[in-house]
Design a protein around this ligand. Structure first.
Ligand code: GLC
Length: 703
């Protein structure tokens, strides 16, 4: 579907459709110069009190007490005050990465599932739908995307982000930002290094400047370069300073180095503890209330502790984005009937089908052929549960949700679906024996992982629950076609039971349409294309340190596939892995040049052939390695990826591009980026560890 047609089906108003080509054009229709003129004019007219009133939320304390218990049912936005005298609108912000938290909105698959689609166009369409639904229900800022890296499978909010790799997360984060900002302000979060929940309000994350610049920031920079309106600061400290009060992060890097034109907004409540430090560091907006900016900030300015110029800068940033994105008639042309309407729920189903990953499929256990399979047993405590993710700020309250059992029943055709919870193993054995195929749904729920403070937080036990392990082991000997479908926000420890199952599917938290998408895939009406955005370890001692009670933790340069490569570790399923009902052959990797300059671009072309008997979409990945670098470098880094649709027997050419500056390392002594004039290795293929990876080399020399 063309983007424009999609926008039409999404009920986007004629005004929005008429928007100039650039997705960053002001929704208000005002040109950049006009915006700057109006901002200057407004700031000149504002009193200090009026300026500071723009810099904090106006949520009352009991509002927060109401909000927490009703997290998944909330009907309101988190606001800042309008200025009636000057006609300045207030911000009305809404979570989150899984869809609009307002009303009964579309619950998309969790971000990690969409990360597994590696489909930036799909992600932009999802962002567009999310932004539409927030705007149609009264919001003007959508607090998403979450782009914190998956550093360890235990991270409670891994489900909200896209994966472990900064390039991949950056591309997907930009796509979602672009979509959201077709309708409202977006707010990539949490800036920065927020990767664990247990101690998120207190931990001091320590890392070198090089690790910060090369690993934990580039995905934020991609979103800033793409025009994100807001950036939300994280709760944790970074190198000794609370992120929202971290001058290096918020002023020196974000605003001075990157030229960010939007505003920095704090995370909620615990993300600010000192008005002066926050203002001096460049925090422009305290949410959800003015605990520090409400009274103390004015007194600090009057006492000369915070220069008026800093206040003016913050207000300028806030007004600039308000004038760019907020117009009088925000809801007109936005048909409420489109909220969780057929266009968006179909998109949720498409995303779930593209995000689920076929990890293993021995003896062609899948797809389930309706012509040959008479009975399918669907088992497990999650079989009849629509497991859509945690109950934290990213929760969404959709009008309906489809469980795996319901999806399989609705799409079974003539196949008999038998449901068995698995609580009684004797009965489970009998049911398995009598069926032609057994599908066990297992994994994590909001009781096992999620945002800290709303539930358990980090998932410290990476194993399946004992009841599920017992069920898998009971059913396995009774069937030659055991399919285990895993749900959750990231990797599980599968080593000791993976051989019991003929097939294993990672379904993540698949959203309100997850049951239908799973059935589409298991019956073969859809083909798998998803690939892992995170590494699945073989044993937990392969993983980086994770201590969610520590006061301080050091992040080093390696995690995920880059750690496994560097240490020569064998993952169970590598980053980028995913099977299909067809198979692909890679050939003929060729590069646009043998040498490029320091600001040059390299094109890599590789031929992909569908050598199977059914159509499919293959995700082609391009990694780059370094020969003779003067510093420690990873074996290879993901630098580009794309999806290619192929009919059986057809060959297509994937063209991927890498810019030389993307290969630079950060020289922390010099305080700048260094593009080395060395030889680089290009790897192109189906995953980070595939034996099918093709290699070639090129050099960088000269300007
Ligand atoms: C939460 C989350 C943040 C969310 C905000 C508003 O604490 O950390 O992601 O957007 O508060 O709900």
């Amino acid at each position: 579907m063309k983007r424009r047609d999609f926008l039409k089906t999404a009920g986007v108003s004629a005004a929005a459709l008429a928007m100039p080509g650039s997705m960053w054009a002001a929704l208000s229709g005002l040109g950049a110069d006009e915006i700057e003129r109006r901002v200057k004019d407004l700031v000149a007219k504002m009193s200090l009190s009026e300026k500071i009133a723009q810099m904090h939320g106006n949520i009352t304390a009991e509002h927060i007490l109401v909000e927490i218990p009703l997290m998944s049912k909330r009907r309101f936005t988190w606001n800042t005050p309008a200025d009636q005298r000057l006609g300045i609108p207030g911000i009305r912000s809404v979570d989150g990465p899984r869809g609009s938290a307002l009303g009964q909105s579309t619950c998309f698959p969790a971000g990690i599932c969409r990360g597994a689609s590696w489909d930036r166009d799909l992600e932009e369409r999802i962002g567009t739908a999310m932004g539409f639904e927030t705007r149609a229900q009264g919001g003007n800022m959508h607090l998403s995307p979450c782009i914190n890296l998956v550093r360890h499978p235990s991270g409670g909010r891994n489900q909200e982000t896209f994966g472990e790799d900064t390039h991949h997360v950056g591309v997907m984060g930009v796509a979602q930002t672009a979509g959201i900002q077709r309708h409202v302000m977006a707010c990539p979060k949490h800036y920065a290094a927020n990767n664990q929940e247990g101690n998120r309000f207190s931990v001091n994350v320590r890392m070198s400047e090089r690790v910060l610049r090369e690993i934990y920031l580039p995905h934020f920079k991609k979103c800033v370069d793409a025009g994100a309106a807001g950036i939300m600061s994280a709760y944790n400290d970074l190198n000794g300073h609370l992120c929202g009060q971290n001058k290096h992060l918020c002023r020196e890097i974000l605003k001075e180095d990157w030229g960010f034109q939007g505003f920095v907004v704090s995370d909620w409540i615990n993300a600010v503890d000192d008005a002066v430090a926050a203002a001096q560091a460049g925090l422009d907006l305290e949410m959800p209330a003015g605990a520090h900016y409400g009274g103390k900030l004015k007194r600090a300015v009057e006492a000369g502790l915070v220069p008026q110029s800093m206040i003016d800068e913050s207000v300028t940033r806030l007004l600039r984005m308000k004038l760019k994105f907020i117009s009088e008639d925000m809801k007109s042309g936005y048909d409420q009937g489109m909220v969780a309407g057929p266009g968006h729920t179909a998109l949720a189903r498409e995303a779930a089908a593209k995000g689920m990953v076929l990890l293993k499929n021995d003896n062609a256990a899948l797809p389930l052929d309706r012509g040959k399979i008479r009975t399918v047993a669907v088992m497990g405590s999650l079989a009849d549960v629509a497991n859509i993710g945690d109950k934290g700020s990213s929760s969404v309250n959709p009008p309906y949700r489809i469980s795996p059992l319901q999806g399989l029943r609705d799409r079974a055709g003539g196949v008999k679906i038998v449901h068995e919870s698995g609580a009684n193993l004797g009965r489970a054995r009998q049911v398995a024996r009598a069926a032609d195929a057994v599908v066990v749904i297992a994994g994590a729920t909001s009781k096992d992982e999620g945002e800290g403070g709303y539930g358990l937080g980090d998932r410290l036990d990476l194993n399946l629950h004992q009841q599920e392990l017992d069920l898998i082991r009971a059913a396995a000997p009774e069937t030659g076609r055991l399919i285990v479908v895993l749900e959750g926000g990231g990797a599980f420890t599968l080593e000791d039971w993976k051989d019991e199952a003929e097939a294993i599917v990672m379904a993540w938290y698949p959203g309100m349409e997850g049951g239908n998408a799973l059935a589409d895939l298991l019956f073969g009406d859809e083909n798998f294309s998803g690939k892992l955005p995170v590494t699945f370890h073989r044993s937990e001692d392969q993983l980086p340190s994770f201590d969610n009670q520590a006061k301080e933790i050091e992040y080093d340069y390696y995690h995920g596939y880059r750690l496994f490569d560097k240490k020569g570790l064998e993952p169970l399923f590598p980053f980028g892995h995913g099977l299909s009902y067809t198979s692909y052959k890679y050939a003929n990797l060729r590069l646009s040049a043998k040498s490029i300059g320091q600001s040059g671009k390299l094109k890599a072309m590789v031929d992909v052939t569908n050598v199977g008997d059914r159509a499919g979409e293959e995700i082609v990945q391009l990694y780059v390695g370094y020969n003779g670098s003067r510093v420690d470098r990873s074996v290879k880094d993901l630098k580009a990826f794309g999806r290619i649709k192929l009919e059986p027997g057809k060959t297509g050419t994937m063209e991927l591009e890498v810019a030389a500056p993307e290969l630079a390392y950060y020289d922390q002594e010099k305080g700048g980026w260094e593009v080395e004039e060395i030889e680089y290795i290009v790897y192109a293929g189906p995953s980070s560890r595939s034996s099918d990876l093709l290699q070639s080399t090129f050099k960088i020399s000269g300007p």
